[in-house]
Ligand binder design. Structure first.
Ligand code: C5P
Length: 234
């Protein structure tokens, strides 16, 4: 895969025109973009279609989670949008994941495992379990694969667990990426692009280090060079 294709630029804005301008500024070299609930609740399917028409291959980060019948319905509606990639919560269960998969046969479908906003203690207290976050991520990743999903979204510190359990033929998409030269912002546990690839990530979600840079194209180019250098030395 070419280095630029490993980068997914997070467009965290409710404003379709701001997102569209960023796609224009970064294309055609960069084609992978992510928008989520903020964008979708504001602009709706029409804004998603407009972004795709302007050249974006879109990861629509909606994190679906409901009973299987409802998620199947949402997935059926999403199939019409023909996005490149989307996701759901593994905690919704195997039947829910299978129901979504059936409705979205041609879209890369990922599972979100344990939200990184949980730490070990709050996760165990909230769920009422002794299982660790790591074991839960491992179990839910296996369940996602068995349900026919293509991979998971996980934080850099979970990549090696998932890769170790599921091998190479399972996609890992990871946020929390910060090149050494970029500000951390509110990200606490950050990983550089080459560290994330070394751990086994396939795609890197990068937002502010690119979208907040004075020259986003130049910033994306620097990250792509770091990726190429890592892959060249691999
Ligand atoms: O600007 P930044 O690079 O921090 O953006 C990262 C993107 O990844 C945002 O869209 C954010 O919501 C998402 N994300 C994250 N950490 C997680 C899960 C998702 O930063 N654990």
């Amino acid at each position: 895969m070419n280095a630029m294709d490993r980068i997914i630029v997070a467009l965290d804005t409710p404003d379709p025109s701001v997102a569209g301008e960023m796609v224009q500024r970064l294309g055609p070299e960069l084609t992978h973009f992510k928008t989520g609930l903020e964008f979708f609740c504001s602009g709706g399917p029409g804004a998603v279609e407009a972004l795709q028409d302007s050249g974006a291959r879109l990861f629509l980060d909606l994190k679906l989670h409901d009973i299987p019948n409802t998620v199947a319905g949402a997935a059926r509606s999403l199939a019409k949008l023909d996005v490149w990639m989307t996701n759901l919560h593994a905690s919704g269960g195997a039947e829910m994941m299978r129901a979504a998969r059936e409705q979205l046969p041609d879209t890369i479908l990922l599972a979100v495992t344990v939200l990184t906003s949980f730490d070990e203690k709050t996760f165990q207290e909230h769920v009422g379990t002794d299982a660790s976050v790591e074991d839960t991520v491992r179990r839910w990743s296996v369940s996602a694969r068995e349900a026919g999903l293509d991979g998971v979204v996980c934080s850099p510190r979970e990549i090696s667990t998932v890769r170790g359990e599921l091998g190479d033929d399972f996609l890992i998409v990871t946020p929390g990426i910060r090149p050494q030269w970029a500000a951390k912002g509110d990200q606490r546990r950050v990983t550089t692009p080459s560290e994330a690839l070394q751990l086994g990530a396939d795609y890197l979600v990068v937002g502010r280090p690119i979208t907040g840079a004075p020259d986003p194209r130049e910033a994306a180019g620097r990250i792509a060079r770091e990726i190429s250098e890592f892959e060249g030395s691999d």
